[in-house]
Design a protein around this ligand. Structure first.
Ligand code: NAD
Length: 287
């Protein structure tokens, strides 16, 4: 018999089994979320969306200055914990702190990531030290985040884990080799974890966003096009969208995360939600 998502019966996890929050616009009321890389870009936008929907949010980030500033900006239900996701003890510590303070962890979002250096055009020239660095943040740290969230969520019999892949994990040749390889692994990690966690009432999914003009994207584009102004680079990103509207925005990704994290997505697990306005459906490779 194939394993499938156990519908939790406990009161604590009832919202996941009943869709009980549909009567209110606050889809994460009473929930506690931990977001890595939440000090900037997509993580920060998702933190804001979760907070709007009633969650308490812990931002875990390497950049303490931006993290403290973001938590202050986002309001009293947001807080910051310094965490280098490549250090397993930091990840374990962030989860422990969250549970000690809030009594539980409902949503773990393994979102922190880097592009890394611009790869040489040929994989035959790949700098293995740089490759390992990208893999440590974009892949190994994601597994570590899943591990430590699962330690708490399995006994609780409920929970939702999210990870960030990318359309660079759907299309080869869209981004440097190291980033592409790292992002292709995420849906596989999610499938593997989902196959076990479903029995415990824990869901896990990933989101694959198209290019959004976050600090990460601009840092990368500045390296590729050093002579082009930020304004022009933002225009370039806008031109990438396939839908007849502007580029993929932070809010598009945050709302996808909200869907997956809330009871609206209560029977979705092991899924890779591509948020790209149809780009990867329309183009075979590149754009
Ligand atoms: P960003 O640079 O704006 O934010 C990333 C955050 O992660 C920063 O606050 C940074 O301090 C933090 N971080 C980096 N290394 C860390 C570490 N070792 N430990 C803890 N925190 C660390 O980037 P973003 O665009 O918001 O990207 C977020 C995620 O989305 C990444 O995984 C990225 O690969 C992915 N993604 C981004 C885009 C895009 O176009 N922006 C598209 C697809 C996927």
């Amino acid at each position: 018999i194939a394993r499938t998502l156990k519908r939790p019966a406990t009161a604590a996890s009832a919202a996941y089994s009943t869709g009980g929050c549909t009567c209110t616009s606050k889809k994460l009321e009473g929930k506690v979320a931990l977001i890595t890389g939440g000090a900037s870009g997509l993580g920060k936008a998702t933190a804001a969306e979760f907070l709007r929907h009633g969650a308490r949010v812990v931002i875990a980030d390497l950049d303490a200055e931006s993290g403290i500033k973001a938590a202050k900006e986002l309001g009293p239900a947001a807080e910051f914990v310094r965490c280098d996701v490549t250090v397993e003890a930091d990840v374990a510590g962030a989860v422990e702190m969250t549970v000690a303070k809030h009594g539980k962890l409902d949503v773990m979002y393994n979102n922190a990531g880097i592009v890394g250096p611009i790869s040489p055009p040929s994989i035959s020239e790949l700098d293995m030290t740089e490759f390992e660095k990208v893999m440590r943040i974009n892949v190994i740290a994601v597994v570590s985040g899943i591990k430590h969230a699962a330690k708490v969520m399995i006994p609780a019999g409920s929970g939702c884990i999210l990870c960030t892949s990318s359309i660079a994990g759907v299309l080869g040749g869209f981004a440097p080799h190291s980033y592409t390889i790292s992002k292709f692994t995420i849906p596989g990690i999610v499938k593997s974890a989902a196959s076990e966690l479903c029995e415990h009432g824990v869901r896990i999914n990933c989101i694959s966003p198209a290019t959004v003009a976050t600090p990460l994207t601009l840092r990368y584009l500045r390296k590729v096009f050093p002579k082009v102004t930020d304004e022009k680079l933002r225009e370039t990103v806008k031109g990438m969208g396939e839908l007849k509207r502007a580029e993929c925005e932070e809010a598009d990704v945050a709302k996808a995360a909200l869907y997956l994290a809330s009871s609206d997505g209560k029977y979705v697990s092991g899924h890779n939600l591509i948020v790209d306005g149809g780009m990867t459906a329309f183009k075979i490779n590149g754009f």
